[in-house]
Ligand binder design. Structure first.
Ligand SMILES: Cc1cc2nc3c(=O)[nH]c(=O)nc-3n(C[C@H](O)[C@H](O)[C@H](O)COP(=O)(O)O)c2cc1C
Length: 200
């Protein structure tokens, strides 16, 4: 599937065929592709929590306004981020770069985030957003439906998944074979309302 077809055909799928699992090799391919998403300074903040325990799924569904896709989709991923990844052995993010580049970039990224908690959090959220879209477009290209979810009680979910200190939850993402085609699009704004030139 070419990229335009994936972009144009991706929709948030709400109804999944619970009897259709995702083969392990395909899941791994999906995650590996998602990990090619860009992150500022290559920090790779994202932490993908794959929920495979059926009873945890049921509990997460209850915390997510009883949205049935949380239980039925082949895969449920709680997309989290480590807000402090910028200071966790940052030389790893440039391990394969030439030494001279690494010696410039690692102190630069530390200076960039040091003492700026809002920026650290914004960056983690940005990284989740980009990764989420990569994941969903890749799933589309692989013939799967997907959907992002933020309709859940964050505190309850954080407790259920033992969210570590310093992590945030970006969103949940469900992936699986669609049982029902999505409804028509909700309503697209005109380009003129969202595209600007030079200044607002
Ligand atoms: C961050 C985010 C959270 C969302 N949360 C939910 C959700 O909890 N439940 C749901 O049914 N749809 C959810 N959606 C899906 C949106 O309603 C959907 O993306 C939007 O209506 C556009 O439709 P489309 O994705 O099919 O193009 C969410 C979308 C985003 C981006």
């Amino acid at each position: 599937m070419d990229l335009f077809t994936a972009v144009e055909s991706r929709r948030s799928v709400k109804h999944y065929d619970a009897s259709e699992p995702m083969p392990e090799a395909e899941f791994e391919r999906l995650i590996r592709a998602t990990m090619l998403s860009p992150t500022s300074f290559n920090i790779q903040h994202w932490r993908f929590l794959r929920i495979t325990d059926p009873s945890l799924r049921t509990q997460l569904k209850a915390a997510a306004w009883s949205q049935q896709q949380v239980e039925d989709a082949a895969e449920l991923i709680v997309l989290c981020a480590d807000i402090n990844a910028w200071q966790d052995r940052p030389e790893r993010y440039w391990a394969d770069a030439p030494k001279e580049a690494r010696e410039i970039l690692v102190p630069m990224l530390t200076d960039f985030y040091q003492g700026k908690p809002q920026l650290q959090r914004d960056e983690a959220i940005r990284s989740c957003g980009i990764a989420a879209q990569t994941l969903m477009l890749t799933a589309t290209a692989m013939g799967y439906g997907s959907g992002p979810l933020i309709g859940f009680d964050t505190e309850q979910v954080a407790e259920l998944i033992n969210l570590p200190e310093g992590y945030l939850i970006g969103m949940m993402i469900v992936v699986g074979k669609a049982a029902q085609a999505p409804n028509g699009r909700g309503g697209q704004l005109p380009v003129s309302e969202v595209l600007f030139e030079n200044r607002f």
